[in-house]
Unconditional design. Structure first.
Length: 277
């Protein structure tokens, strides 16, 4: 997948994101050339690790998290002002809570606040209260240094990308023949079936998993390709049994979150491509 025919900058995610796939990008070998696909779609973009690794010429990204998508749009449109704001934010505990208390409707201010809080908070968790207010505590990252050069490069690349806030089910509308769709739905892990369902009902329901399975059927019917990451779990394997390749993976948890327990986790890739790990 890392094979490319054009000169591009090395990019990496500007956000920490629970369930992010930076770890997966490091495992991918040559064998799937992004330039052979007509377009790239990612409806659970999150931190965008795969997007920034592949940097397809024609890309569509979306997410149901509207604040996340507004941040992507602002980084694309007004990166210099965002960087200036972040540089003016302090790095100590008092400054963190001052920034967290900002209540602005300006998309540039919101984006600077979002990026700053994401990097300076405890474990990079995205969590809001019932009022929709970010409520993650300070992460004691006094010496953290923002990568402004990467932010500028990301901004430049995002000007070539179609960005939208939407449910994943709506993203199928623009999928055509020879499209590559990368699917990374949110999920937590459990070897116990009932506990797996209970945990995930709060973030991505089992009904959503079934909807996603039907979406993959549509992707394939249009002559397109998919790469799905998900938990290595009997129920998941049953739902996503398409007679396609299943690649088992083991990884260590690197970020906290709801019911997260740091340790070794088993995951799977489901795909109809020739992806190599």
């Amino acid at each position: 997948m890392s094979a490319r025919t054009r000169n591009i900058d090395t990019l990496h995610p500007f956000l920490r994101w629970a369930g992010g796939k930076t770890w997966l990008v490091k495992l991918i070998n040559n064998g799937l050339n992004i330039n052979t696909f007509s377009s790239y779609h990612e409806p659970f973009v999150g931190g965008g690790a795969m997007l920034f690794h592949l940097q397809p010429k024609k890309a569509y990204i979306s997410d149901s998290n509207e604040q996340l998508i507004r941040t992507y749009e602002a980084v694309r449109d007004d990166i210099d002002e965002i960087i200036t704001m972040i540089k003016n934010f302090g790095r100590d505990e008092q400054a963190y809570y001052q920034v967290r208390s900002i209540n602005s409707n300006d998309p540039t201010i919101q984006a600077a606040q979002f990026i700053y809080l994401n990097q300076m908070s405890f474990n990079g968790i995205y969590r809001v209260n019932q009022k929709g207010e970010y409520n993650v505590p300070w992460g004691k990252r006094v010496s953290y240094k923002f990568d402004y050069e990467n932010l500028k490069k990301v901004s430049s690349y995002l000007r070539t990308v179609r960005i939208q806030a939407m449910d994943f089910g709506d993203s199928i509308k623009s999928v055509r023949k020879n499209t590559l769709v990368f699917l990374d739905p949110p999920y937590t892990h459990s070897k116990i079936e009932n506990r797996f369902i209970k945990y995930n009902q709060k973030i991505f329901t089992f009904e959503d998993q079934k909807r996603l399975s039907l979406m993959i059927d549509t992707i394939k019917s249009r002559g397109a390709y998919y790469i799905l990451t998900n938990a290595d779990h009997a129920l998941i394997k049953e739902v996503f049994d398409k007679n396609d390749r299943i690649i088992p993976l083991s990884r260590k948890s690197t970020i906290g979150g709801m019911n997260a327990q740091r340790g070794q986790y088993e995951e799977c890739i489901f795909t109809n491509t020739n992806l190599k790990i």
